[in-house]
Design a protein around this ligand. Structure first.
Ligand code: RAM
Length: 871
């Protein structure tokens, strides 16, 4: 048998971990991908778990499963390492070799594993004023290690606030803004690092720098709030050194640590960072440093039961971008254009006299040749570096982050700006899983902008925008964007964590906060009122992630939260099932709403509310079905039927027109399957297409309608209209922004007005992913790549060429392996090249309805078509 005929299993994965180190699951589920000849199917698998004390191999398990397979042995304990390998056997008897091993290591699984206490610098005599600048403290401790006998060392660490930690003068890990933002009162993530190489025989030292971050720094709009979780920053660190003889030395935060002050003068997520290099303390995190004038630390409260291991990757620097244009604004000011609106910070290399200050300001756009910072509102976003005067000095702030394309640098003392000024892009370091391209360069740029808005807003939690004084985990934004996100990146671990926070912050009556973690937000948002489209995140987003991953455990974990939401709406609805009372945002940012009243869209807000209510009920019923909760399924299905009926009775006129004769109304009715029969759906599709055409194919929808319009047109055989909408360039449209050189998706269709001035609205972001949800239509309809069952176990290729686009392609790294399609439209023939991974099934549904079933592997096939329509 030749090599290509023998199946091969790649390194397995555990749960949704990119790096399964310090994980919190004691029985992690295992997944693997196999490459094998076409038509090969797995008939059985074996899993080997090599543990410290024993190697356990399962017998051959007869099963086709390869995704999230149950842990095959007794649960792991804290700090346990194991190597996981898999092999598979086909129906024809051919077996693979063992896969390469996945090295797993658990973190601290039990509260009792924590010896470390939370320590904070001793309270000053004068309490630090919460509105004053607070200088980020340093904490340190020295310890001894016996002669060269370290087997391994692990650091388990977290903080109230943000931390960076060093051992013997060397930074530990490359996580940024750790421990990230969770609902700190209930859940605080800790990180695990392998620090074996940091230690040396003899004297050692460990040192941490803390900053306010989300814990006590200024957050939120309208001036913001400080001390949201507490008024003292604190460190929890536990260094466990395992010696060759098996004994363990434990260095944990306790009252023997010392606290001092370093060179960071102040740092805030919104405000930026100020650093005075003259205050650097060389050797502060190495042994032998004199900390006699440092102060003691206090113990502060933190229940170790609230310390949890991460389920997603950390925030990291993922890319560096050099300026594309640097101009001198005047004698002392440079204007730097990085050519891309991004999220991160600027690193500079300068040389100059001690005490000289370099100031970096940030903005997404320019107006009249200067930074336009008005859209940042109260986010100051200014970094300051005071030189030590020691020669070449390189600096990047550590505990802040900005959304910007442009930087203005005052007092520049560097060399070549193209070398000495670098933008460093930061976000949650998820694996990229989805790609799209087509023959139209503008559409490609639009797609690229969606990817950039995703990157900029997946900074530990999914945010609305990354630049102004907001940056909150708005539920509605991710609710509409989650399917797109889950195609483009493996965001399961990150969003699973965030959804946990949503459920812990959900109110007792079922109300879902507008944004999570919830912070005070002024009278419009606090106290929270149940809002359609926003609160529905709890029912819809777990389901969307399940479609991408096939993970039913997430559905189980979030089920109660979803159910509590629809139960609440059932109480708020009238007897017929209409949710027709109370405050609603409606089709937020409908372009017809006045700039200062974005909720004043043209579609009846209660029509939208009832539509979402019905749609969430359906999702809860489907979820109950997957979870085997038959009674619930029947109950919610029955309720959903009633609400759909009430919806049609109230909002669909006998003529087939809707009471709100708007694109959003027809789009929700179609996409949420609210219409009684095929004839009603065809009528609605026709009217929707008419409205889009009579609007000149410009956008007439906001947050709710926009993600649904193109899919609703496609579902009713109006692809041509959907393409015309996609390819429109006049304002408002998706491509309009490209005229203004947009490199991310904007919050408003006209964040930049046609005359080139910035929209006067008080809420004008240039980096908001919600309206970029159209990218999922590019993936599923333009390219035609769809999961027809959860986890892409069955793949539907359903390309719908149009708009003069001559070819398109999409690739998705699915749980089974790479799924891909590329189609090309010739004169009278459509050629499709499609890839189905081993373990999955796939078929092409051609534009004329014909179906071609595909083997696994890559297949190229053609079919005659009508001549292409021109753009
Ligand atoms: C804005 C946010 C967000 C939206 C809410 C309703 O402040 O930017 O995008 O969800 O309003």
């Amino acid at each position: 048998m030749s090599d290509e005929q023998i199946p091969m299993v790649a390194t397995p994965t555990a749960e949704h971990h990119r790096e399964p180190f310090g994980i919190g699951e004691s029985s992690p589920r295992i997944s693997w991908k196999t490459t094998a000849p076409a038509d090969w199917t797995q008939q059985a698998f074996q899993i080997e778990v090599a543990r410290t004390d024993v190697t356990h191999r399962t017998d051959w398990v007869t099963s086709e499963d390869s995704v999230l397979v149950d842990w095959p042995h007794r649960p792991l304990t804290s700090r346990e390492r194991s190597d996981i390998r898999v092999r598979v056997r086909g129906g024809d008897g051919t077996a693979s070799e063992w896969s390469p091993a996945l090295r797993l290591e658990t973190g601290l699984l039990e509260p009792a594993d924590w010896t470390a206490r939370a320590i904070a610098p001793e309270e000053p005599n004068e309490p630090e004023r919460s509105d004053a600048e607070r200088r980020p403290p340093l904490l340190r401790k020295e310890f001894a290690v016996g002669a060269a006998d370290v087997e391994r060392a692990r650091l388990y660490v977290t903080a109230h606030g943000l931390y960076e930690i060093e051992i013997n003068g060397r930074r530990v890990g490359d996580h940024v803004l750790a421990p990230g933002w969770t609902s700190y009162t209930h859940r605080l993530r800790y990180q695990t690092h392998d620090v074996t190489d940091h230690l040396r025989a003899g004297a050692n030292a460990i040192g941490a720098c803390l900053a306010d971050g989300w814990y006590r720094g200024r957050l939120g709009f309208g001036g913001g709030h400080t001390d949201l979780y507490g008024d003292r920053v604190a460190l929890i660190a536990q260094l466990e050194i395992v010696h060759r003889d098996g004994t363990v030395t434990l260095i944990a935060t306790d009252t023997s640590w010392r606290a001092g002050r370093g060179p960071i003068l102040s740092s805030g997520l919104l405000d930026g960072e100020s650093y005075d290099a003259r205050h650097e303390l060389p050797g502060w995190s190495s042994p032998g440093f004199d900390d006699a004038d440092w102060s003691p630390v206090d113990l502060v409260a933190r229940d170790p039961a609230t310390l949890i291991a991460p389920t997603g990757p950390p925030v990291r620097c993922t890319e560096e971008i050099s300026p594309v244009l640097v101009t001198a604004l005047d004698a002392d000011r440079l204007l730097v254009d990085f050519g891309q609106n991004l999220v991160g910070r600027v690193r500079i290399t300068v040389a100059g006299p001690a005490g000289h200050t370099v100031v970096i300001r940030h903005a997404e756009v320019l107006q009249d040749g200067e930074l336009c910072v008005r859209p940042l509102r109260d986010a100051v976003s200014v970094d300051r570096y005071v030189l030590a005067g020691t020669g070449s000095e390189t600096w990047e702030p550590r505990f802040t982050i900005h959304g910007f394309r442009y930087a203005e640098i005052t007092g520049w003392r560097g060399g070549d700006p193209n070398r000495d000024i670098v933008a460093r892009v930061h976000h949650t370091d998820m694996t990229r899983t989805g790609w799209f391209a087509c023959s139209d360069e503008q559409v490609n740029r639009l797609h690229e902008n969606v990817v950039w808005s995703l990157r900029g807003n997946f900074v530990d939690i999914p945010t609305d925008c990354p630049q102004r004084d907001e940056r909150l985990g708005w539920t509605g934004d991710i609710q509409v964007f989650a399917p797109t996100a889950a195609f483009l990146y493996d965001c399961h671990g990150m969003l699973a964590s965030w959804l946990r926070d949503v459920s812990v912050e959900q109110h007792d009556d079922g109300t879902v906060p507008w944004y999570v973690p919830a912070i005070p937000g002024g009278p419009q948002w606090t106290p929270t009122r149940p809002g359609a489209g926003w609160g529905d995140v709890v029912a819809l987003t777990p389901w969307d992630l399940y479609q991408a991953s096939g993970d039913t455990a997430l559905l189980a974990a979030q089920y109660d939260s979803a159910r509590r939401w629809v139960d609440l709406i059932t109480e708020l609805a009238d007897e017929s099932g209409l949710w027709n009372r109370g405050y609603q945002l409606g089709d937020w940012l409908d372009p017809f709403a006045p700039p200062d009243d974005p909720g004043a869209g043209r579609t009846d807000r209660h029509l939208i509310a009832t539509a979402y209510y019905a749609w969430s009920l359906r999702h809860v019923a489907w979820t109950a079905e997957v979870l085997g909760r038959k009674d619930d399924r029947e109950r919610y299905e029955e309720l959903a039927r009633r609400v759909r009926q009430a919806f049609t009775d109230e909002y669909v006129l006998p003529s087939g027109l809707m009471t709100s004769d708007t694109q959003t109304a027809y789009a929700v009715a179609l996409r949420f399957d609210l219409l009684p029969d095929a004839a009603a759906r065809a009528d609605a599709g026709r009217r929707l297409a008419e409205l889009v055409a009579s609007g000149g194919h410009t956008i007439q929808t906001g947050f709710i309608g926009t993600p649904l319009v193109a899919p609703a047109l496609s579902a009713t055989e109006h692809d041509d209209t959907a393409y015309a909408l996609l390819l429109q360039q006049e304002c408002p449209s998706w491509l309009y922004a490209l005229r203004h050189d947009a490199t991310t998706i904007w919050e408003r269709w006209d964040s930049m007005l046609p005359d080139g001035t910035v929209n006067p609205g008080e809420m004008t972001s240039f980096n908001h992913y919600a309206l970029g949800a159209v990218a999922q239509w590019l993936h599923t309809t333009v390219a035609g790549l769809n999961a027809s069952t959860p986890g892409y176990h069955d793949i539907l290729f359903r390309p719908r060429p149009g708009g003069g686009i001559t070819w398109a392609s999409a690739v998705h790294e699915s749980p089974y392996g790479r799924v891909a399609i590329r189609w090309e439209q010739q004169e009278s023939e459509l050629t499709v090249e499609a890839t189905v991974p081993t373990g999955a099934t796939g078929r092409i549904e051609w534009p004329d309805g014909a179906v071609t079933h595909l083997p696994t592997g890559t297949t190229t096939t053609s079919r005659p078509t009508a001549a292409p329509t021109n753009r």
